[in-house]
Design a protein around this ligand. Structure first.
Ligand SMILES: [Zn+2]
Ligand SMILES: [Zn+2]
Length: 327
């Protein structure tokens, strides 16, 4: 089977023997497509993963072999996420499921940018679902990234009707703004790229170019889906005293928030990372009910063009890549 691996600062295609169940429980799935996540790009560019890694985790797939106690069967088209919390450790018991050791260890193997993937029984039981009939494969591929946004909204724990500024309207910003709206927040988005501002507006949410953001926004919360240095200034200006800044992106320089602003202004700054099974379930509901619209966000690439997909995403030529595999 074909896999796309990291190798000498490139993503290259390689052949590897087909994976089999070999007596294991779980399923072998044929990957129909896989979204390219911002975290894949960070892992690749900053060499967080060794050469030979198969990236990709936002898969849409079809079961081709299965040995499972679940109701899934061969031929089923499914979505699944990649990590599962143990539910028993100190992290899980305190709601920090994405810090759980088991969560970090579990994965789909070898990775989403592969013709076939092994999905364990635990995945099938906890985080896999049939693709709802009203969703296309590309729409369904937003199951995991939207789950991350749902988690962020829940973690911020805002009152209904709170005003929230979303800084950065890449694919995650667009999802985040809609997730916030679904949880009854008053949302405004900003970005420096006009097409992204217009896309959010087309989904019925206020948005402005970051250059013309009003000075006295006094937002109850600011959600940071951009890690640019300037975005930090924007957040500190836009958040009201006593408000919340939710951090949802890494910053290349690892620059921080100024201590004294947090102290004197009684700000809450918190991070949010990866979704729990409950967040994922909510995500699927938001997608299938149409409360979150993902039309026009993705650009399709063949597996052969995966390097271009990475490059075009990094250069902001596109918002998000969806790698079509086995089509
Ligand atoms: Zn992702
Ligand atoms: Zn745990």
């Amino acid at each position: 089977m074909k896999i796309a691996v990291t190798e000498n600062n490139k993503i290259v295609l390689r052949s590897t023997p087909d994976i089999k169940l070999d007596g294991r429980t779980g399923a072998i799935v044929k990957v129909l497509g896989c979204g390219l996540c911002g975290s894949d790009i960070v892992k690749f560019r900053e060499k967080i993963v060794p050469d030979g890694t198969v990236l990709g985790h936002e898969i849409v797939a079809q079961i081709v072999d299965i040995n499972s106690d679940t109701s899934f069967k061969c031929g089923d088209k499914i979505i699944t996420s990649h990590h599962i919390p143990c539910g028993e450790c100190r992290y899980c018991l305190n709601g920090n499921v994405s810090m759980c050791e088991h969560f970090k260890k579990t994965n789909i193997r070898p990775g989403g940018f592969s013709e076939y993937v092994y999905v364990s029984e635990e995945h099938l039981e906890n985080v896999a679902y049939l693709i709802p009939e009203n969703l296309t494969e590309i729409e369904a591929s937003f199951y995991e990234p939207l789950g991350c946004c749902v988690r962020a909204v829940k973690r911020a724990n805002l009152k209904e009707g709170s005003t929230v500024l979303v800084v950065g309207l890449g694919s995650i910003g667009i999802l985040m703004a809609q997730a916030l709206r679904a949880f009854k927040m008053k949302v405004i988005g900003c970005d420096l790229i006009d097409e992204r501002v217009d896309l959010l507006k087309s989904f019925g949410i206020d948005a402005v170019n970051g250059k013309s953001l009003p000075d006295n926004l006094e937002s109850d919360a600011v959600f940071m889906t951009s890690g640019a240095d300037k975005a930090l200034d924007t957040a500190l200006k836009a958040v009201r005293n006593g408000g919340t800044i939710l951090v949802f992106s890494s910053t290349p320089l690892n620059s921080g928030y100024p201590n004294n602003e947090i102290y004197y202004r009684e700000l809450t700054v918190l991070g949010s990372y990866s979704p729990s099974p409950a967040d994922l379930k909510d995500s699927l509901e938001l997608l299938s009910s149409g409360r979150v619209n993902v039309k026009g966000i993705s650009t399709k690439y063949d597996l052969e063009d995966i390097q271009k997909a990475f490059d075009d995403t990094v250069s902001n030529k596109i918002m998000k890549a969806y790698i079509e595999i086995n089509n």
